[in-house]
Design a protein around this ligand. Sequence first.
Ligand SMILES: *[C@@H]1O[C@H](CO)[C@@H](O)[C@H](O)[C@H]1NC(C)=O
Ligand SMILES: *[C@@H]1O[C@H](CO)[C@@H](O)[C@H](O)[C@H]1NC(C)=O
Length: 317
Amino acid sequence: MDSIFSATSTLFISFTLGCIFSGVAGATFNIINKCDYTVWPGTLGNTQLDSTGFELPSGGSRSLQAPPNWSGRFWGRTGCTSDPTTGQLTCLTGDCRSNQLECNGNAASPPATLAEFTIGSGTQDFYDVSLVDGYNLPMIVEPSGGSGTCQPTGCVNDLNRMCPKELRVGSGDACKSACDAFGNPEYCCSGAYGSPATCKPSMYSEIFKSACPRSYSYAYDDATSTFTCTGADYTITFCPSSTSQKSSSSTPPETTSTTNESGGSATASTEEPSGAMSSWLTDYVFAGSSRTLSGSVLYTTLLSSLISHLFLSACYS
Ligand SMILES: *[C@@H]1O[C@H](CO)[C@@H](O)[C@H](O)[C@H]1NC(C)=O
Ligand SMILES: *[C@@H]1O[C@H](CO)[C@@H](O)[C@H](O)[C@H]1NC(C)=O
């Protein structure tokens, strides 16, 4: 009875391990629309996900799986309508000019709030929410189940309402970046301003930064805007609720400024390399065999480790 119980729990743990490892083998993105309007998310990356664009009604959610080493972005298209005769889809903001639901490798037309990711392969992920291409809707990114600093980021505030007149699109549908609106090298961090030392925050980027302290407000805003986490899944929420708002906006900028690139690297160096995975599994089997004396339990332990391995292989394929 006791050995059946431990055999069963061993099996259960193995499957749980399999799930944890599946997180290491890429990332699951859960995209949630808490806006009171429909959003048409778009994705663009080094490889295409299951969808490159879809419709997400208010209150809807959808999951997408990204492989290890995936690098790409998510954004929300708003105000999309299909032409009654041609059926072509066009959107008021974030349009990807594919004329359809799927973006098929096309990027968002600025201005658009972007959630950017570089998923590791047993190594840390990098993520940020960028307003470098302007802003169209509130969006936050929340990691779950990872190790490291793993802080939420994004922009909870409705920057459309705070947008300076000269950057405003339409009747406050979106807010352009100063680079996009004026094209000056000092706003675009180009030419003589093409380095972190020469490109400084502008009056405009500072408006973005004060509304959205954790988001990129200009090209070299790395210190307070890039975040890291290892082996996480990510929830991307459009128009986050008041509870998400709290966790994300109540943290003062002082706290976020400690999470800079060097902080992230320091965390990375103390984390387990991907090679540790199999030795950890060995430790687990070893611990399991010394803890349980029954031969059948040891057999089950080994069997379930084998199942873990098979599960893992399935996760990687
Ligand atoms: C991810 O990229 C690293 C570095 O280029 C490489 O060593 C590794 O094999 C890649 N992993 C996968 C699963 O493609
Ligand atoms: C980054 O963080 C480290 C310690 O966490 C600190 O010593 C360093 O000055 C910070 N750098 C910047 C650019 O904020």
